[in-house]
Design a protein around this ligand. Structure first.
Ligand code: PEP
Ligand code: MG
Length: 923
């Protein structure tokens, strides 16, 4: 049988259906489905995505020949259904042509309306409708759209205006009118002539008058648009393969601009902003599709309730509303009832919120499109939970309906929609930590503290942050850095704090000396207002008001339901009791990583830490460590209290020591005085600590091995705190963790210090507490020898930040210089610090899981790198058989839902360790 490339849909015959999205595209499949449901749709046909693929492979002539007979038969059917003839001068059949891929794809060809009209048909249309202005308006629109989209008459440069709009504006000026609607039939006729002359002058060819030539031109333009730049970029970003192709939908025109009993509009079966189960939408009387979105006239509300709500917001009196902006419900009650019946039928059928387009031609309703509506994160949650309650969908479907990423929107402050209308983007960086913030620029952490003390809202702007900036960061409303990636210090710390952060905004030049920030030659000073959107990475000029996100009841219900289907636990990375509290509130079932060094900066501690680092010998170090002990102990006590009954994994000191010492002379001077040594000595020690590559230098377990007294002090602080809390009748579950091992001997050396110290503490206290000793797996070698490590360690926690850094050889802090280029050029598909590189780093994780469990079947396995909060990575970890993921507190709900979805989608099977083929580099 010959291959079929055209599928018709009409009241009398429909060949497609909703399940045929791959072949007919989303729009085409849904149009066919609507016809099957008995909904009134203008008849039409869909040219398949396979035709587009053939076009890409074999070119225009081949494909037009391939589909010609079927398209002609399709047009014949439309002629029959509509009782008009395509190309007829007296009563012409006009068509719309639209693209429609499997997934909705902005960037593809826009709609062409009124195709089939020409100098003779326009007169026929005028006679037939008795409406000359309508006929010429239709022609004007067609020449404009076709000239732009199909013939390619675009502005010359990006600063240039749309050439057609320039002509319209000129004519309006000549006629001394301001609105398009003030132009009469003669004016529109004049516009058509001017448009055509422009096309001839600029493109050197005439506007096509033959309807068939117009139709083939439009079909080819749709195929071509599949490969235009915008579409290509969108495909790359959204993992849409080129081979999918787009379908072409050709449909009989119906007119919303045929007078006062005609209209056109868009509607949502539920509120896309809040999720409320309330039919709503907008329409315009006597208008064609693009007028509603163009914003030239104020659209009217479809429902009476919506109209009243709108009037209240727009400060329009009830009298004025009824006179100038009545609802469809009021002015066309019968059509309104038909529309309600159609939207109800569609939502019940698709069992999801629908976004529909419709046209009313002289009192008759036509549905033009339906699709699952886009919605905010809050609406996503509410709609899923209410549809579950209304028994439209089951629990698993409700859980799969919510995109875990979008939960972010519910957890952080957001910009006020109204205030955003005039917002101007100054620069873009990485969306390092979500939320919205607005404040005055400060460049130093101390200033942030000082200003905040006086009640000012500040944004801390830095080249990059370091642990010294912690306190300033914690009081700032937001953090902006010029350098650094998604796992830079600023990003990690901000996410932990739930604080908005934009990192690596390369266009920003920070001048600490003059306290200024320059972008593209424009300068901002300390105290100037800026705003950050940490969810998009955008930096805005001035002050934009924010509002707190509300955690609605639906959110709580969704999370409770998620726990029912989840296998993996979700812990949090939390360093303070405050973070532990947030983590618990968000449903974390433990702390997977407490980075002890983050406690070293509070109050007087940094002084004791520096004293320890700068000491000459063990005696000096022990003296300083003795000062730190009570402080660390009390921190741990507070965390254990907060996390009662739940495991708390505490990591021993990890970062390179130079991060703690003062680098500016003034602080070094203070240090010298306090320690009663010379400035020169301090300087020398600081210099000694400097390393070429600190992330691969004296850090991790290497610190505890060279200075076992640090491990001793930390073990003592952890276990004494645990005993103290246990003595109050509270269950504690400490897990002590050794960082960055590469050999079993490293692990054993540290484990020995921990166990020896523990026995000492237990003997002194005449009491014991159950605790685990385990290790991070964050060097490739540790993963490779995970069986030997597993025979010694009681648990593994994969530090996927370092594991990624060391496996790929990408510095976490410097990758921002080349990664954007890599991503843009498809060398890497995703930022490997955000979403785990499954084929490389993931392979090491799976290998370590198998090796570890082969020697210790009950080995506890978790992840505490940033990937623990990334839904795609969470799914991978689920499949790899891990017991838990740990992420920053604000990502806990995201990880919980992602883990649930992974469990619903996939029954865990035995992981087979097989080298996967590397397609393109890391593809
Ligand atoms: C890691 O490396 O994944 C990790 C959690 O440790 P850090 O980010 O503190 O190096
Ligand atoms: Mg690490």
């Amino acid at each position: 049988m010959q291959q079929k490339y055209v599928y018709v849909f009409s009241a009398s015959r429909t060949e497609g259906e909703a399940s045929m999205k791959n072949l007919l595209g989303g729009k085409g499949a849904n149009l066919a489905e609507m016809c099957r449901l008995g909904i009134v749709v203008p008849p039409g046909f869909t040219i398949t995505t396979e035709a587009c693929t053939e076009y890409t492979k074999k070119g225009k002539d081949y494909v037009l020949n391939l589909i010609k007979a079927e398209v002609e038969a399709g047009v014949a059917l439309l002629e029959k259904e509509m009782g008009k003839t395509f190309g007829n001068d007296d009563d012409p059949l006009l068509l719309s042509v639209r693209s429609g891929a499997r997934a909705s794809m902005p960037g593809m060809m826009d709609t062409i309306l009124n195709l089939g009209i020409n100098d003779r048909a326009v007169e026929g249309l005028a006679r037939k409708t008795g409406n000359e202005r309508f006929a010429w308006d239709s022609y004007r629109r067609f020449v404009q759209m076709y000239g732009d989209v199909v013939m390619g008459l675009k502005p010359v440069s990006k600063e240039d205006h749309d050439p057609f709009e320039v002509i319209i504006d000129m004519l309006k000026e000549e006629r001394r009118v301001t609105l398009d609607t003030d132009l009469d039939a003669n004016d529109l006729r004049e516009l058509v002539q001017r448009f055509k002359s422009l096309i001839r002058a600029r493109l050197g060819r005439d506007f096509p008058t033959d309807p068939w030539e117009q139709l083939w031109g439009a079909v080819v333009a749709v195929f071509e648009s599949w490969n235009n730049n915008r579409a290509r970029v969108y495909r790359e970003l959204n993992d849409i393969p080129e081979s999918w192709g787009t379908a072409v939908n050709v449909q009989a025109m119906v007119f919303g601009n045929l007078g006062d009993s005609s209209a056109t509009g868009v509607a949502f079966t539920r509120d896309a902003g809040t999720g409320e189960d309330l039919f709503n939408g907008e329409f315009l009387v006597n208008a064609q599709g693009e007028d509603v979105v163009a914003g030239i006239r104020t659209p009217q509300q479809i429902t009476l309730e919506g109209s009243r709500r709108w009037a209240q917001l727009a400060c329009v009196s009830e009298e004025e509303r009824r006179k100038n902006y009545p609802s469809l419900e009021e002015i066309m009650p019968e059509v309104y009832q038909q529309l309600v019946a159609a939207e109800t039928k569609l939502e019940n059928h698709y069992k999801d919120m629908q976004d529909v387009e419709f046209t009313i031609q002289e009192g008759k309703l036509w549905m033009l499109q339906t699709r699952n509506g886009k919605r905010t994160g809050a609406a996503m949650v509410r709609i899923a939970m209410e549809m579950l309650e209304q028994e439209m969908i089951d629990e698993k479907t409700a859980l799969l309906r919510v995109d875990p990423h979008r939960l972010d929107e519910l957890l952080h402050p957001i910009f006020d929609g109204e205030a955003m209308k005039n917002a101007q983007v100054l620069a873009r960086g990485l969306p390092a930590s979500p939320g919205a913030s607005t404040g005055q620029i400060v460049f130093f952490a101390e200033d942030a503290e000082e200003w905040a003390k006086h009640g000012q809202s500040v944004i801390l702007v830095r080249l990059e942050t370091s642990p010294e900036d912690l306190r300033g960061m914690s009081v700032a409303k937001g953090i902006l850095t010029a350098r650094g990636g998604m796992t830079s210090h600023a990003a990690v710390v901000a996410r932990g704090m739930g604080k908005c952060c934009v990192s690596g905004a390369g266009a920003i030049h920070v001048d600490y000396k003059n306290r200024t920030m320059t972008i593209d030659g424009q300068t901002w000073h300390e105290g100037d207002w800026i705003s950050l959107n940490g969810s998009t990475g955008e930096v805005y000029e001035g002050q934009i008001t924010t509002k707190n996100a509300e955690l609605s009841g639906d959110f709580g219900m969704l999370m409770a339901l998620a726990d029912k289907y989840r296998r993996m636990e979700v812990r949090a990375n939390a360093d303070t009791p405050e973070e532990a509290l947030i983590a618990r509130e968000f449903g974390a079932t433990g702390i997977g990583l407490c980075r002890t060094e983050h406690m070293f900066f509070e109050g007087d501690r940094i002084r004791a830490v520096r004293e320890m680092i700068l000491a000459d010998d063990e005696f000096g170090r022990r003296k300083a460590l003795a000062k730190l002990l009570p402080m660390q102990r009390s921190d741990f006590e507070a965390i254990f209290r907060e996390m009662h009954d739940l495991p708390v994994t505490i990591r021993l000191l990890d970062p390179p020591l130079h991060e703690f010492v003062p680098h500016d002379e003034a602080s070094q001077q203070v240090m010298a005085q306090e320690m009663r040594v010379s400035l020169g000595k301090i300087k020398m020690r600081v210099e000694e600590l400097e390393e070429f590559n600190p992330m691969m230098g004296h850090r991790g377990c290497r610190l505890g091995i060279t200075y076992p007294e640090i491990t001793e002090m930390q073990t003592r602080a952890i276990l004494e705190a645990a005993l103290n809390i246990q003595a109050k009748g509270i269950t504690v579950k400490p897990e002590i963790m050794v960082p960055l091992i590469g050999t079993v001997r490293e692990y054993n050396a540290q484990a020995a210090v921990i166990r020896r110290t523990a026995e000492m503490v237990f003997a002194e206290r005449k009491d014991r507490v159950h605790y685990l000793v385990g290790t991070m797996i964050e060097t490739p070698r540790a993963a490779l020898i995970a069986d030997s490590v597993g025979s010694q360690a009681e648990y593994f926690s994969f530090g996927t930040n370092d594991l990624t850094q060391l496996t790929l050889g990408f510095s976490r802090d410097d990758a921002g210089k080349f990664l954007p280029h890599y991503l843009k050029n498809g060398i890497y598909e995703k930022d490997p610090f955000q979403s785990i590189d499954q084929k490389g780093v993931g392979m090491l994780v799976q290998m370590a899981v198998q090796k570890g469990r082969s020697v210790r079947p009950d080995l506890e396995l978790g992840v505490c790198g940033e990937h623990g909060g990334d839904p795609a990575s969470v799914e991978f970890f689920h499949r790899s058989g891990l017991d838990y993921v740990s992420c920053s507190p604000f990502r806990v709900p995201i990880a919980r839902l992602a883990a649930t979805q992974a469990a619903i989608k996939d029954v865990p099977k035995k992981v087979e360790l097989k080298q996967q083929p590397e397609l393109e580099a890391v593809g």
